[in-house]
Ligand binder design. Structure first.
Ligand SMILES: [Zn+2]
Length: 270
Protein backbone atom coordinates (compact mmCIF):
# COMPACT_ATOMS: atom_id res chain seq x y z
CA UNK A 1 0.00 0.00 0.00
CA UNK A 2 1.19 3.50 -0.75
CA UNK A 3 0.24 6.95 0.50
CA UNK A 4 -2.89 8.34 -1.21
CA UNK A 5 -1.31 11.83 -1.23
CA UNK A 6 2.31 11.35 -2.34
CA UNK A 7 2.13 7.68 -3.50
CA UNK A 8 5.25 7.01 -1.40
CA UNK A 9 5.78 4.01 0.92
CA UNK A 10 4.08 3.99 4.33
CA UNK A 11 5.16 2.63 7.74
CA UNK A 12 2.70 0.33 9.56
CA UNK A 13 1.42 1.20 13.05
CA UNK A 14 1.05 -1.32 15.92
CA UNK A 15 -2.38 -2.21 14.51
CA UNK A 16 -1.40 -3.13 10.97
CA UNK A 17 -4.67 -1.96 9.49
CA UNK A 18 -3.15 1.51 9.86
CA UNK A 19 0.05 3.13 8.61
CA UNK A 20 1.80 6.51 8.65
CA UNK A 21 3.25 8.29 5.64
CA UNK A 22 6.64 9.67 6.69
CA UNK A 23 6.40 12.45 4.08
CA UNK A 24 3.25 14.20 5.38
CA UNK A 25 2.72 12.45 8.72
CA UNK A 26 -0.86 11.42 7.83
CA UNK A 27 -2.38 8.22 9.25
CA UNK A 28 -3.80 5.97 6.53
CA UNK A 29 -6.50 3.34 6.97
CA UNK A 30 -5.26 0.37 4.92
CA UNK A 31 -8.53 -1.51 5.61
CA UNK A 32 -10.64 1.31 4.16
CA UNK A 33 -14.01 0.21 2.80
CA UNK A 34 -15.97 2.28 0.35
CA UNK A 35 -19.59 2.90 1.24
CA UNK A 36 -22.43 4.61 -0.50
CA UNK A 37 -24.09 7.48 1.32
CA UNK A 38 -27.78 7.10 0.70
CA UNK A 39 -30.66 9.39 1.60
CA UNK A 40 -31.05 7.96 5.10
CA UNK A 41 -27.33 8.20 5.90
CA UNK A 42 -27.78 11.21 8.15
CA UNK A 43 -30.65 10.00 10.24
CA UNK A 44 -29.31 6.47 10.74
CA UNK A 45 -25.54 6.92 10.89
CA UNK A 46 -25.64 10.14 12.82
CA UNK A 47 -27.87 8.51 15.42
CA UNK A 48 -25.51 5.53 15.65
CA UNK A 49 -22.43 7.72 16.07
CA UNK A 50 -23.72 10.58 18.18
CA UNK A 51 -26.85 9.22 19.85
CA UNK A 52 -29.11 11.88 18.35
CA UNK A 53 -30.52 12.36 14.89
CA UNK A 54 -28.90 15.02 12.70
CA UNK A 55 -31.95 17.26 12.60
CA UNK A 56 -32.69 16.82 16.33
CA UNK A 57 -29.14 17.95 17.10
CA UNK A 58 -29.86 21.22 15.30
CA UNK A 59 -28.90 23.54 18.16
CA UNK A 60 -25.38 22.21 18.63
CA UNK A 61 -24.81 22.08 14.86
CA UNK A 62 -25.92 25.72 14.60
CA UNK A 63 -23.55 26.76 17.39
CA UNK A 64 -20.63 24.94 15.80
CA UNK A 65 -21.32 26.60 12.46
CA UNK A 66 -21.53 30.03 14.10
CA UNK A 67 -18.12 29.42 15.65
CA UNK A 68 -16.73 28.44 12.23
CA UNK A 69 -18.05 31.71 10.82
CA UNK A 70 -16.68 33.79 13.71
CA UNK A 71 -13.21 32.35 13.09
CA UNK A 72 -13.19 33.76 9.53
CA UNK A 73 -15.28 36.90 10.05
CA UNK A 74 -12.15 39.11 10.30
CA UNK A 75 -10.72 37.65 7.07
CA UNK A 76 -13.64 37.77 4.65
CA UNK A 77 -16.75 39.77 3.80
CA UNK A 78 -19.47 39.46 1.18
CA UNK A 79 -17.66 42.26 -0.69
CA UNK A 80 -14.15 40.80 -0.66
CA UNK A 81 -15.12 37.11 -0.94
CA UNK A 82 -18.71 36.88 -2.23
CA UNK A 83 -18.90 33.37 -3.75
CA UNK A 84 -19.16 30.48 -1.30
CA UNK A 85 -19.31 26.77 -2.09
CA UNK A 86 -19.90 24.14 0.55
CA UNK A 87 -19.11 20.54 -0.40
CA UNK A 88 -21.26 18.15 1.62
CA UNK A 89 -23.57 20.99 2.66
CA UNK A 90 -26.16 18.66 4.29
CA UNK A 91 -29.17 20.63 5.58
CA UNK A 92 -27.39 23.90 4.77
CA UNK A 93 -26.83 25.27 8.29
CA UNK A 94 -23.44 26.79 7.46
CA UNK A 95 -24.64 28.16 4.11
CA UNK A 96 -27.61 29.78 5.84
CA UNK A 97 -25.26 31.71 8.14
CA UNK A 98 -23.13 32.82 5.18
CA UNK A 99 -26.22 33.82 3.17
CA UNK A 100 -27.56 35.83 6.12
CA UNK A 101 -24.25 37.73 6.11
CA UNK A 102 -24.69 38.64 2.43
CA UNK A 103 -22.58 35.95 0.79
CA UNK A 104 -23.75 34.22 -2.38
CA UNK A 105 -23.95 30.53 -1.50
CA UNK A 106 -24.00 27.22 -3.32
CA UNK A 107 -24.05 23.68 -1.92
CA UNK A 108 -23.08 20.31 -3.32
CA UNK A 109 -24.78 17.55 -1.42
CA UNK A 110 -24.83 13.82 -2.09
CA UNK A 111 -28.09 13.14 -0.22
CA UNK A 112 -31.19 13.91 -2.28
CA UNK A 113 -33.28 14.40 0.88
CA UNK A 114 -30.83 16.91 2.33
CA UNK A 115 -30.47 18.77 -0.99
CA UNK A 116 -34.25 19.03 -1.24
CA UNK A 117 -34.51 20.30 2.36
CA UNK A 118 -31.83 22.96 1.74
CA UNK A 119 -33.37 24.11 -1.56
CA UNK A 120 -36.79 24.41 0.10
CA UNK A 121 -35.19 26.82 2.58
CA UNK A 122 -33.74 28.98 -0.22
CA UNK A 123 -30.22 27.58 -0.12
CA UNK A 124 -29.17 26.77 -3.69
CA UNK A 125 -27.97 23.17 -3.55
CA UNK A 126 -27.04 20.69 -6.28
CA UNK A 127 -27.36 17.00 -5.60
CA UNK A 128 -24.00 15.51 -6.59
CA UNK A 129 -20.85 14.02 -5.13
CA UNK A 130 -17.60 15.91 -4.86
CA UNK A 131 -15.57 14.33 -7.68
CA UNK A 132 -18.43 14.51 -10.16
CA UNK A 133 -19.09 18.14 -9.26
CA UNK A 134 -15.42 19.12 -9.39
CA UNK A 135 -14.81 17.38 -12.75
CA UNK A 136 -17.87 19.06 -14.24
CA UNK A 137 -16.87 22.45 -12.85
CA UNK A 138 -13.48 22.04 -14.55
CA UNK A 139 -14.88 20.71 -17.85
CA UNK A 140 -17.29 23.65 -18.08
CA UNK A 141 -14.46 26.07 -17.26
CA UNK A 142 -16.48 27.67 -14.45
CA UNK A 143 -14.93 30.31 -12.22
CA UNK A 144 -13.33 29.31 -8.91
CA UNK A 145 -14.98 30.29 -5.61
CA UNK A 146 -13.80 32.80 -3.00
CA UNK A 147 -14.53 30.40 -0.15
CA UNK A 148 -14.86 26.62 -0.25
CA UNK A 149 -16.02 24.81 2.90
CA UNK A 150 -15.86 21.07 3.42
CA UNK A 151 -16.77 19.69 6.83
CA UNK A 152 -16.19 16.00 7.65
CA UNK A 153 -15.89 14.99 3.99
CA UNK A 154 -12.14 14.92 3.20
CA UNK A 155 -11.41 11.92 5.43
CA UNK A 156 -13.98 9.81 3.52
CA UNK A 157 -12.41 10.21 0.08
CA UNK A 158 -9.82 7.61 -1.04
CA UNK A 159 -8.62 9.73 -4.02
CA UNK A 160 -6.73 12.22 -1.81
CA UNK A 161 -4.30 13.58 -4.44
CA UNK A 162 -7.09 14.16 -6.95
CA UNK A 163 -9.30 15.74 -4.29
CA UNK A 164 -6.57 18.21 -3.32
CA UNK A 165 -5.94 19.07 -6.98
CA UNK A 166 -9.63 19.82 -7.40
CA UNK A 167 -9.68 21.91 -4.21
CA UNK A 168 -6.76 23.97 -5.58
CA UNK A 169 -8.70 24.58 -8.76
CA UNK A 170 -11.97 25.37 -6.94
CA UNK A 171 -10.54 28.09 -4.67
CA UNK A 172 -9.54 31.44 -6.18
CA UNK A 173 -6.07 32.86 -5.37
CA UNK A 174 -6.49 34.83 -2.15
CA UNK A 175 -9.56 32.74 -1.31
CA UNK A 176 -10.05 30.38 1.60
CA UNK A 177 -10.55 26.67 2.10
CA UNK A 178 -12.32 25.76 5.36
CA UNK A 179 -12.01 22.18 6.57
CA UNK A 180 -13.36 20.35 9.59
CA UNK A 181 -12.03 16.85 10.13
CA UNK A 182 -10.89 14.29 12.69
CA UNK A 183 -7.38 14.81 14.05
CA UNK A 184 -4.67 12.30 14.89
CA UNK A 185 -3.18 14.89 17.27
CA UNK A 186 -6.16 14.54 19.61
CA UNK A 187 -6.38 12.68 22.94
CA UNK A 188 -8.04 9.56 21.45
CA UNK A 189 -5.07 8.85 19.18
CA UNK A 190 -2.49 9.97 21.76
CA UNK A 191 -3.83 8.44 24.98
CA UNK A 192 -6.46 5.84 24.01
CA UNK A 193 -4.85 4.22 20.99
CA UNK A 194 -6.51 0.81 21.22
CA UNK A 195 -9.91 2.46 21.52
CA UNK A 196 -9.03 4.68 18.57
CA UNK A 197 -8.13 1.61 16.49
CA UNK A 198 -11.28 -0.25 17.58
CA UNK A 199 -13.70 2.60 16.94
CA UNK A 200 -12.12 3.99 13.75
CA UNK A 201 -14.80 4.23 11.04
CA UNK A 202 -13.97 1.82 8.20
CA UNK A 203 -15.07 4.43 5.65
CA UNK A 204 -12.50 7.00 6.81
CA UNK A 205 -9.47 6.69 4.52
CA UNK A 206 -7.14 9.16 6.23
CA UNK A 207 -6.50 11.08 9.46
CA UNK A 208 -4.67 14.39 9.36
CA UNK A 209 -3.26 16.40 12.25
CA UNK A 210 -2.78 20.20 12.22
CA UNK A 211 0.84 19.64 11.09
CA UNK A 212 0.23 16.99 8.44
CA UNK A 213 -2.70 19.01 7.10
CA UNK A 214 -0.57 22.09 6.72
CA UNK A 215 2.25 20.09 5.03
CA UNK A 216 -0.22 18.54 2.58
CA UNK A 217 -2.07 21.79 1.92
CA UNK A 218 1.23 23.50 1.06
CA UNK A 219 1.89 20.98 -1.73
CA UNK A 220 -1.38 22.00 -3.34
CA UNK A 221 -0.96 25.75 -3.07
CA UNK A 222 -2.52 26.53 0.31
CA UNK A 223 -1.06 28.07 3.45
CA UNK A 224 -2.46 27.29 6.85
CA UNK A 225 -3.82 30.49 8.42
CA UNK A 226 -5.19 29.03 11.67
CA UNK A 227 -6.42 25.74 13.13
CA UNK A 228 -8.85 25.37 16.03
CA UNK A 229 -10.23 22.60 18.23
CA UNK A 230 -13.80 21.66 17.28
CA UNK A 231 -15.04 19.13 19.83
CA UNK A 232 -14.06 20.22 23.37
CA UNK A 233 -13.86 17.01 25.48
CA UNK A 234 -11.48 17.56 28.43
CA UNK A 235 -12.32 14.17 29.99
CA UNK A 236 -10.44 12.40 27.18
CA UNK A 237 -7.13 13.75 28.54
CA UNK A 238 -5.18 12.17 31.44
CA UNK A 239 -6.94 13.03 34.76
CA UNK A 240 -9.42 15.05 32.70
CA UNK A 241 -12.33 13.78 34.82
CA UNK A 242 -11.08 15.90 37.75
CA UNK A 243 -12.73 19.30 37.67
CA UNK A 244 -9.57 21.45 38.03
CA UNK A 245 -7.80 19.46 35.28
CA UNK A 246 -10.92 19.61 33.09
CA UNK A 247 -10.93 23.41 33.41
CA UNK A 248 -7.27 23.54 32.45
CA UNK A 249 -7.72 21.23 29.43
CA UNK A 250 -10.72 23.26 28.32
CA UNK A 251 -8.57 26.41 28.24
CA UNK A 252 -5.82 24.58 26.38
CA UNK A 253 -8.30 23.20 23.82
CA UNK A 254 -9.82 26.62 23.27
CA UNK A 255 -6.36 28.06 22.62
CA UNK A 256 -4.78 25.26 20.54
CA UNK A 257 -5.94 22.64 17.99
CA UNK A 258 -5.40 19.62 20.26
CA UNK A 259 -8.90 18.10 20.10
CA UNK A 260 -10.01 14.94 18.31
CA UNK A 261 -11.68 17.12 15.69
CA UNK A 262 -10.25 20.30 14.19
CA UNK A 263 -11.33 23.26 12.05
CA UNK A 264 -8.69 24.59 9.66
CA UNK A 265 -8.60 27.86 7.74
CA UNK A 266 -6.32 27.64 4.68
CA UNK A 267 -5.55 30.41 2.18
CA UNK A 268 -5.03 29.74 -1.52
CA UNK A 269 -1.81 31.35 -2.67
CA UNK A 270 -1.61 33.14 -6.03
ZN1 LIG B 1 2.48 10.65 1.67
Amino acid sequence: MSCPICQGPVAPLSDRRFAVCPAEGVVINLAYEFRRYEHDYFEKEYKNQYGKSYTADRQSILERNHKRFQHIAHLVSHRSHPQVLEIGSAAGYFLKIMQDHGFSVHGWEISAAMAKYANARGLKTTQQDFLKGARQHQARKRKPFDIVAMFYVLEHLPEQAEVWQHLSALVKAGGYLLLALPSAAGPMFRFHRSEWYASHPTDHKIDYSPDSLSTTAKRFGFVSVATFSEGIHPHRFPLGRFAPMARLYRKVLEAAPLADTIYAVLRREG
